[in-house]
Design a protein around this ligand. Structure first.
Ligand code: WTA
Length: 635
């Protein structure tokens, strides 16, 4: 018998020990007892971190939508699967039952088929947080197409590069989206992007805002009339456990975004099992994760994990500050939310507002609070605990990554005693290790190092789409036989982990991972710019904000600096997206470089953070004189 639902600390330790001593038996029991397989696996796990190659449940066959929808129909057909809460509180919320969801997914799947989409084809989904987004993911999964969701805040260039990288055949989008008091012209962004995408044959358009838009004949079609015609029957495509389920792009420290590939069986088992335990979900609970489905948190913990457990999951289209800063708490009260999962940046932004926004709402339904995306600072942790949880709802500080597919280090609420700013203990099956720079594992407690994972878990990404070598170089080459996370961590005296942040050039701004390279590439395309370097600096709401050091070409030096700053941020908005705009831009005559020509970001980071008491060794610099000049001009 597997312990699918862990209820107390002793049980956690017992389950954890088993997951490490007999990982194959452990995962086989979880998979066998709680999921629906069309055919059982031949082998639970095959792995080699050197190649790297990882296979879970190889030989098994299944369809994830049968697990997320069909199998609930008999007992939960009338239960709400998704509560859709629109951008405006004036628009009524919609309850979509498991039966409704089944019908909608089957119809959508038939529409995809009628447009020639087959197993293995890539479909790009660029939609706001409306029900069609969840339905589109599931419809792809129903027929074995690989979905690639692109967050609908990315620019047309960023969208195009993701479409081209995975050669998508179709794009599903909407005429526009609501964002607080504004509307955004999504279809216009898609049209621009598609000018440079040769592989896209069709575009399906959801009518969300009744906008007048261009429809390209032969390529674009409104979705609704097609759905109206579609059959409600669609047999699930039988998939191999290791067939890709989706691609999701994440920023790297260098180069273009990485299309992380997640496969079907292992991802399903791990996202569902973590959901059940990390949120202690009980039948009848209403669960709400405020993330966007454009990120991994939304894939695993709005769609797949909750639905595989037959849960009720809230999808919110809007933003925390519209029509006012009480919106989140109003929704908690309205839908009697039991588990609430958000990001530290949202907590910090809400914590700065008048406390009345929280206090005027009845939050007594809450049982569990979650945090994800970046380290949660002590002040935000206490604000969340005091004012939202009222000291009775444990906070689960969940550490994980796009690459890991599911939560890796986390307290289990009502099971693991929490400690502010600590993600605490590894989830069953996860074997963390801290390594020093020479690659030695640091044993014992009260130590810090680079966070690695020693053993595979079912939802680890299997490769980077089209670039297996990069997958190997990024995650399996820094330390022998280990998955390297890119994060630093410390382990306290009782073995609790605290994540200290990225140790590479990825900067997390408001919970979004941003690689420095694509932003620098964008800036450098401005005709007046010779060179640039981006670093993060502490920001009290965003966690980190971006600081750009920009060296101008001689021709640019006479230009008005404020105008240049605006233009630079516009280039970034066009090429990457508004989330990557710089908070500060300092013009410099040069950037500190090593003799091999590498920019010394360490120094730039310290200056931007106004932490200049100890800049470290600058003697190896090619141009040490520029350091003083940069310090004098710091913003
Ligand atoms: C950071 C989001 C501290 C970390 C699920 C990681 C965190 C990166 C936490 C992955 C946390 C995520 N505490 N840091 N609880 N959760 N991170 O791919 O640096 O968008 O490597 O996945 O976010 O971000 P990603």
């Amino acid at each position: 018998m597997s312990n699918y639902h862990i209820k107390h600390l002793e049980e956690y330790y017992q389950v954890y020990r088993k997951s490490v001593r007999e990982p194959e038996n452990f995962w086989a029991e979880v998979a066998e007892e709680h999921f629906m397989w069309r055919k059982k696996w031949d082998k639970v796990l095959q792995w080699d971190f050197k190649k790297p190659e990882i296979k879970w449940f190889d030989g098994a066959q299944l369809n994830i939508t049968e697990n997320c929808i069909d199998r609930h129909l008999v007992t939960k057909g009338d239960k709400t699967a998704i509560i859709f809460e629109p951008n405006s509180p004036d628009e009524a919320a919609r309850h979509i039952t498991y039966s409704d969801l089944h019908e909608r997914v089957c119809k959508m799947a038939n529409v995809l088929k009628s447009k020639g989409i087959k197993k293995g084809d890539r479909v790009c989904i660029y939609l706001p947080m409306i029900p069609e987004l969840a339905v589109s993911l599931l419809a792809c999964a129903r027929i074995g197409a690989i979905h690639s969701v692109v967050f609908a805040g990315f620019s047309s260039k960023a969208l195009a590069s993701r479409i081209n990288d995975s050669e998508c055949k179709m794009v599903i989008t909407s005429d526009g989206s609501y964002r607080g008091a504004k509307t955004i012209d999504l279809k216009g962004i898609v049209d621009n992007g598609l000018e440079s995408c040769a592989t896209v044959e069709s575009v399906l358009v959801v009518n969300r805002i009744d906008a007048e838009i261009n429809m390209k004949t032969g390529r674009d079609e409104w979705l609704q009339p097609l759905l109206d015609e579609a059959s409600v029957h669609c047999a699930p495509e039988i998939m191999e456990a290791e067939d890709p389920l989706f691609i999701l792009y994440t920023s790297g420290s260098t180069g273009k975004p990485k299309g992380m590939v997640h496969t079907t069986g292992g991802y399903m088992v791990y996202s569902a099992y973590t959901f059940k335990n990390v949120f202690q979900y009980h039948d009848g609970d209403v669960y709400w994760c405020t993330a966007d489905i454009g990120w991994i948190t939304g894939h695993s913990y709005i769609v797949y994990g909750p639905l595989a457990n037959g849960a009720t999951t809230v999808m919110f289209e809007g933003v925390p500050h519209y029509p006012d800063f009480g919106r989140f708490w109003e929704i908690v009260e309205k839908h009697k939310v039991n588990q609430f999962y958000t990001a530290p940046t949202a907590i910090r932004a809400l914590g700065k507002q008048n406390i009345e926004f929280v206090e005027k709402h009845d939050l007594s339904s809450l049982k569990v609070l979650g945090s994800v995306g970046e380290p949660i600072n002590e002040e935000a942790w206490h604000w969340y605990n005091d004012n939202v949880g009222k000291h009775k709802s444990p906070i689960v500080d969940t550490w994980w990554q796009t690459e890991t597919g599911g939560v890796m280090i986390t307290p289990l609420p009502y099971v693991t005693p929490t400690k502010p700013t600590y993600a605490t203990l590894p989830f069953p099956g996860i074997q963390p290790a801290l390594l020093d720079e020479s690659g030695e594992e640091i044993k014992g407690n009260q130590v810090d190092g680079r966070l690695c994972i020693k053993f595979p878990w079912p939802s680890i990404a299997r490769t980077i789409w089209g670039d297996h070598q990069r997958y190997k170089d990024t995650y399996f080459s820094a330390f022998e036989n280990m998955y390297f996370t890119g994060d630093g961590a410390l382990r306290d005296e009782v073995g609790y982990y605290r994540i200290t942040g990225r140790v590479d050039d990825v900067i997390i701004v408001s919970g979004h991972n941003l690689g420095t390279a694509p932003i620098e590439d964008a800036i450098n395309e401005h005709p007046a710019v010779a060179e640039s370097a981006i670093v993060g600096f502490p920001h009290d709401v965003k966690g980190n904000a971006l600081y750009g050091y920009v060296t101008l070409k001689e021709t640019g030096e006479s230009r008005n600096q404020d105008n240049l700053r605006k233009e630079i941020n516009q280039v970034i908005t066009d090429r990457v997206g508004a989330i990557a705009k710089l908070d500060k831009i300092q013009f410099t005559n040069g950037l500190p470089k090593t003799r091999s020509g590498k920019i010394m970001r360490r120094i730039l980071r310290k200056i931007a953070s106004k932490d200049i008491s100890n800049l470290g060794d600058t003697s190896t610099l090619l141009n040490p004189e520029c350091v003083q000049e940069i310090m004098d001009g710091v913003l």
